[in-house]
Design a protein around this ligand. Structure first.
Ligand SMILES: Nc1ncnc2c1ncn2[C@@H]1O[C@H](COP(=O)(O)OP(=O)(O)O)[C@@H](O)[C@H]1O
Ligand SMILES: [Mg+2]
Length: 450
């Protein structure tokens, strides 16, 4: 006699249920991260497969890369009692007691996605799946009029998923239904955590990752780039404070030195060169920074670090090393994205620089961390971005203020008798700025009381 087993799944929150259990043949869900797309679809797939109760029921879970297919596999496996199912960790397959089978597949090669007669499929991270892989999957659905849940974080507007979402949203595809979920829609996500991400991330990145809204250009780490372009390159002037950012060439790329006016935040000078010996690079950097009133340089000291640092110091260049590991790199890029967002920077109409800024990308790692980088591919560089980001960070940390607040800046310098001393400026000005701001706040309150 057969026994009855009850398998319970976590209840979906209403918007999640509506999207994933939509009766439409194709449901397209454009959503923020952690909205429960993967969990919701895992529940959909195993419950529908089980309910169908036939041994020739085949389901496919397709993700852009193998590691993501594995996430889907592990989610579904964890929902089911282990003694009732047969699984293969190497094939990423699950067989239910009804005989129905589920396979999790990587979409890296579309050739792997032909063949079976698929009854239902999930396409996870759809905006990142190659279009040919969707075409291949489509052929497997014909025999059984298979249904599909497409779920994903938007990734710009240059992909098939985004285009199809537009059609479905406009009601122009009778077989497709469109849904949109924000991270804050998921009651199981901490509000505080989302608000923190809103403050930390570049706004365009936050909008894609948390609001589920596709941004204008695919990459979209920096906004307002063109609004920040102006004629700003100029020769050094006496009395101005200049700061510099230096990204040294590695194997394939360029050395870039960017010099900025610390107060007006105009990029006044850029040098980009390659195929030079270290000695010549140091010489060239030295000549430029000396010319610009002995500008202090923040340089990327990751990897090649120390010997070059010593060489620069010996050459009399005032340097601050910065190591671009993990969180430090994120902070560097996020600080640059903020000044573009607020239009507090002026860059020259340099085609290479604008191209690098516009194509700069972010990705969400499997651990849920944001990672920034230049797009992969021949001829893609990020040396100009990194060099600019370094000088920008140096400007921000040095506490030189905007032109509109110049009088305040002078007051600050007088109040605390701050000397602009070579290597000490960063911390001296920072600390005193804090104290000054605190005091200014106090005195204002006193005035109000009177
Ligand atoms: N209906 C739900 N009930 C309980 N927890 C949920 C629910 N939906 C999602 N979660 C939890 O929220 C987190 C994000 O879910 P996940 O499916 O990984 O999101 P996404 O694929 O959208 O990034 C997970 O910890 C998951 O367990
Ligand atoms: Mg997911």
């Amino acid at each position: 006699m057969g026994r009855t087993v009850q398998v319970t799944f976590p209840p979906l929150y209403p918007k999640q249920y509506e999207a994933i259990f939509s009766p439409a043949r194709y449901s397209l869900t454009e959503a923020g991260t952690k909205t429960g797309k993967t969990l919701g679809c895992a529940i959909w797939m195993v419950s529908e497969a089980w309910a169908n109760d036939t041994h020739d029921d085949v389901s496919w879970w397709v993700a852009p890369i193998y590691a993501q297919a594995e996430l889907g596999f592990n989610r579904m496996k964890s929902l089911l009692p282990p003694d009732l199912i047969k699984t293969s960790d190497s094939r990423l397959s699950i067989v239910l007691p009804t005989g129905a089978s589920i396979f999790c597949k990587s979409g890296e090669k579309s050739d792997n996605l032909f063949g079976a007669a698929v009854k239902r499929a999930v396409v996870d991270e759809a905006s990142r799946l190659r279009e040919e892989s969707w075409f291949a999957l489509r052929t497997t659905l014909t025999q059984k009029r298979g249904r599909v849940r497409f779920i994903g974080n938007p990734k710009g507007k240059r992909n098939w998923f985004w285009r199809w979402c537009q059609l479905a949203k406009a009601g122009q595809d009778p077989e497709a239904a469109y849904f949109h979920l924000r991270t804050l829609d998921n009651p199981h996500v901490s509000r505080e955590e989302v608000e923190r991400a809103r403050l930390e991330l570049p706004p365009s990145v936050f909008e894609e990752l948390y609001e589920g809204l596709a941004q204008e250009d695919g990459a979209g780490v920096f906004r307002n780039i063109r609004a920040c372009v102006g004629e700003c390159l100029m020769s050094p002037r006496t009395g101005r404070v200049y700061l510099a950012g230096l990204d040294l060439a590695r194997l394939q790329d360029y050395t870039v030195l960017t010099i900025m006016d610390a107060v007006t935040r105009q990029v006044v000078h850029i040098e980009r060169f390659n195929e030079l010996s270290w000695n010549l690079q140091v010489e060239r950097v030295k000549t430029a920074v000396k010319r610009y009133n002995d500008a202090m340089v923040m340089f990327d000291a990751t990897g090649i670090g120390d010997p070059i640092y010593d060489q620069l110091v010996t050459a009399g260049v005032r340097v601050q090393p910065y190591r671009l590991y993990g969180e430090a790199k994120n902070q560097l890029i996020e600080a640059l994205s903020i000044v573009f967002e607020q239009k507090r920077i002026v860059i020259p109409p340099d085609r290479q620089l604008i191209h690098e800024l516009e194509s700069y990308e972010y990705e969400l790692t499997d651990q849920g961390r944001v990672k920034y980088h230049a797009p992969e591919g021949v001829g893609m560089h990020d040396d100009m971005v990194i060099s600019l980001a370094l000088v920008n960070l140096l400007c921000e940390r040095s506490g030189y203020l905007e032109p509109t607040e110049r009088s305040f800046s002078t007051a600050l310098l007088q109040d605390y008798n701050i000397q602009v001393v070579p290597s000490g400026i960063e911390y001296a000005v920072q600390q005193d700025l804090q104290r000054f701001l605190a005091r200014r706040h106090e005195s204002r309150q006193l005035v109000e009381v009177e």
